[in-house]
Design a protein around this ligand. Sequence first.
Ligand code: FEO
Ligand code: CA
Ligand code: CA
Ligand code: CA
Length: 602
Amino acid sequence: SAGSAANAQTELGFKAVPVSNANQVVVPEGYSATAFLPWGTPITGSYPEFRADASSTGAEQEQQVGMHHDGLHFFPIDQKAGGNSSTEGLLVMNHEYINQAALHQNGATYVAGERPADEVRKEIAAHGVSVVHIKQDSEGTWDVVFGSPFNRRITGGTEMDIRGPVRGNAKLVTKFSPTGTETRGTLNNCAMGPTPWGTYLAAEENWHGYFANSNPDQPREQTRHGVGNSSRYDWELADSGADEYVRFDVTPGLGDPDTDYRNEANTYGYMVEIDPFTPEAKPQKRTALGRFGHEGVIFAPVTEGKPVVCYSGDDSRFEYIYKFVSSQPYSAATAGGYLLDEGTLYVAKFNDDGSGEWLALSLEDADFAAKVAAAERTMVGDIDFDGFEDQADVLLNTRLAADIAGATPMDRPEWGAVDPNTGEVYFTLTNNSNRTEEQTDAANPQAENRTGHIIRWTEENNDHAAISFDWDIFVFGGEQGTETVVDGEAVVTLDDDNIFNSPDGLWFDYNGRLWIQTDGSDAEPYQNNMMLAANPVTREIKRFFVGPVGCEVTGVVTTPDVKTMFVNIQHPDANWPFGAEGDHPRDATVIVTRNDGGVIGA
Ligand code: FEO
Ligand code: CA
Ligand code: CA
Ligand code: CA
């Protein structure tokens, strides 16, 4: 049967590794792990050498790999020509945020309430995305291809286009873009998704933290996300007073368009398309996929003549899972980012009986339009709702629209993954310590959920564009003895080989093994964050990898032959990975291979 064929491909052939609190990566017997592309690795321009005391300038950081590695993807170098190289490609990765203490020689500096502009420049440059052309030599060692035209840094300052329904909206008009069609930078890029046409979508997750608004009376475009009265890194305090930094203060000005940056925050919160094979192409913010705290995106397999479908989680407590279905059909000959500019955005409702519905967030949908009309002049959460002007306004306020639609508030939806053998969609729900007993439901059944779970569903008739689905819980995280029960039977009971908490990264490899990464408590009994492999057919789960002290393990991909695996280590502590080199820890990509050259996980 198809089931047993899939099972043969998805068996876990390695010996599970124990939990660890060592300041090093642990992989199974017969495997090797090597740090690669640490923060500061020169990749473009004059290839400025990383300085171990972290004294590099902002201009140097703009030519070096960024900090806090997150989602990543390997594009075979010959992909556009239909090839499948596993020895050369473009490794594209996100840099979610920074650790100021490690980024600078002596941490963040303030002089008379201002920050040196070059520190701010460096911090913005350490964010964003790196595109790195890499190649394996005859000995099997991976290295950067120096001088490659594909090597590229995209940062929190790179110019980008706004696309889709929100393009040109009055609420996106800024001093920088009086037409509301462009912006500068992408920030807090957590996970990502490769598109079916060979581009990369980077998610903008906790973008709200980069802006300050000292006016307590904020617009709904900000309140529903929690823009605070000070920003996470104080970029708006740069002593140069340059517009590119001051713009992070979105407090409405006193009628002076030169000091009023209120709409800057409205140009963030999107999925950003980057074409790694076209270095001169501007990144494109795809607004039809909604504006929220995008964790990442996962595309369903495409079929000629059918719509393109992708899923995206909003990682915040009690937020939602979304799905975009394109208006235009997929065609391999013409597919491109335009497919993401027109379509329907849906939000998930998980019913307690194991069924689910996709609720359209479209004013053209009669049910949604009726709910919007009924909600007018009422309080929706903390927002005094006075209606939506048009569909662009709906998308700009996606969370509010989903509240009105009656979606199911989830336990922090992080990454999604689609099983290549069955089409089932999996999502991690990392944790939600704020959920009360009264707020539990079948899909989020644990009060004060600290350990998280993984939910999955099958679309009706396995059609990803369907508007109904059937769901179940794949596994609950937790300590030894934690059970996942189906029809009265414990289908998983966690033990020493697989206890975990706070699942975050999630990826199906090309054979159909499921990789689960954690970003949780490193207290006993879990110790350091880790990555496990799961067989989706049998629900067997084994710990494959443990990260160094203090890190989260996030971002995983392999070459097409599944013989080289790239795993990102984010915010390590101490001086991982190089120890004696200096006190500055360096986020890095870990390359995992099997000593006998075999398939990872088999
Ligand atoms: Fe950036 Fe939701 O993790
Ligand atoms: Ca993170
Ligand atoms: Ca994450
Ligand atoms: Ca997380």
